[in-house]
Design a protein around this ligand. Structure first.
Ligand SMILES: [Zn+2]
Length: 400
């Protein structure tokens, strides 16, 4: 079908972004990342790393806090006492395993199914469950999910927005439905990757912040516009508002009333992705990508479960001029695994690489022709990031 013209951008993260591009002096992150802040040329995650290095954060004390928290929630009769949102990746597996083995908890692992599982993603999830966990897989109506992914791609330049919403919502809904009062998430993305550094002393995200940061995209509005543009009719998908419940948070007041708590493992423990990988490989049979590095980066052990994931990062590159290699390399500079010079080289080599291997799968999934794909892509290039030379585009500013 013909892609309807975009009347206006619905991507709220563009609002208020700095027009002058700046790169962090310590890592390779840019100030275009949504919600990141810079001080004296240093990005907020690097400021946070400095604090960790200076031992401003007392992990010994936080370990005791964790023990107290788990003592409060541990069940005595083997009932589930903590929800661990699990993709089957290296991080969530490590958390579930350590909660069980080191702290005697009884986790219920919950997964919101990715749009298109990869073989390695399925295999890693299975070997994690086989290590001895109860697990629930929530799969949304694939027909509707597919259309919503397409609409999110067209209107937001991010086909995974709807998947993220499901991933963020499902563990909370399961906690609510099963009366499990504790949910253990991984890291505070706001601190680790760039975002609101005022969350530094938060043990978890308060429900109103969670809603504001992760559920602010106007999905209802997108659906309304898409209905007017005729997409639902074209795909013959009957739709009512209730169909979106699987992508929406339970009522905040009810969560508070039930005493459901949200905590980050990364608040209590130093968050080092590479260590999580080694831990999961050793204890849970986690395997890195057998095909080598992921497209758009040099890394081969993160986010392996979804076949369309590379396009999330590709579009991040289009929208903000920073791709997956920027994200991976910045974290590794902060962890002291590579130097800034190495990171610059990696970014220049891999960032924004078109995911050719998964292109066919992506286009088939979203039911798009390649020219339609490029039409959507070009809608999200902005003047302060891109310059055009004939038919080719290049970044106005590159990290150096
Ligand atoms: Zn930095």
């Amino acid at each position: 079908m013909i892609i309807k013209p975009l009347k206006k951008h619905l991507e709220t993260q563009f609002i208020g972004q700095p027009k002058k591009i700046e790169f962090c002096k310590k890592c390779v992150m840019s100030n275009q990342r949504p919600r990141i802040s810079f001080k004296d040329g240093i990005c907020s995650p690097c400021q946070y790393t400095e604090m960790k290095k200076k031992n401003i954060i007392n992990y010994k004390e936080r370990k005791i806090e964790l023990e107290k928290l788990l003592d409060k929630h541990r069940s005595k009769n083997g009932e589930h006492d903590v929800i661990v949102p699990c993709s089957g990746g290296k991080d969530s597996g490590m958390i579930a395993h350590r909660l069980k083995v080191d702290y005697g908890m009884t986790p219920l692992c919950v997964t919101f199914s990715p749009p298109l599982y990869t073989e390695i993603g399925r295999k890693n999830l299975k070997s994690m469950i086989d290590a001895g966990f109860d697990h629930k897989l929530i799969t949304p109506n694939p027909k509707l999910h597919k259309l919503l992914s397409k609409l999110c791609f067209i209107y937001l330049g991010d086909h995974e927005e709807i998947f993220d919403r499901g991933q963020l919502q499902t563990p909370i809904q399961e906690a609510y439905n099963n009366d499990i009062k504790l949910i253990m998430y991984g890291e505070n993305g706001e601190l680790e990757y760039g975002g609101d550094i005022s969350t530094i002393n938060f043990k978890g995200m308060p429900w109103d912040w969670y809603e504001k940061i992760y559920f602010s995209t106007p999905i209802d509005n997108i659906v309304k516009i898409a209905k007017d543009d005729g997409y639902f009719k074209y795909y013959d998908i009957p739709f009512s508002k209730g169909n979106l419940n699987i992508y929406d948070l339970p009522n905040k007041k009810d969560l508070i009333k039930k005493g459901i708590e949200f905590h980050w493992w990364g608040y209590y423990n130093k968050w080092i992705p590479q260590d999580n990988y080694y831990y999961s490989a050793k204890h849970l049979g986690f395997e890195a990508n057998p095909e080598g590095r992921m497209e758009g980066t040099y890394s081969k052990y993160a986010q392996l479960d979804d076949a369309t994931d590379s396009f999330l990062y590709y579009m991040m590159f289009i929208k903000y001029g920073i791709g997956r290699a920027t994200s991976d390399a910045s974290h590794e500079v902060r962890d002291g695994h590579i130097t800034r010079e190495e990171a610059v080289r990696l970014v220049r080599r891999f960032d924004g690489e078109l995911p050719r291997k998964s292109m066919r799968i992506f286009l088939e999934y979203l039911d798009l022709e390649e020219n339609e794909f490029w039409e959507v892509v070009d809608r999200f290039r902005r003047d302060h990031i891109w310059k055009r030379d004939g038919n080719s585009w290049s970044l106005k500013n590159q990290v150096s």
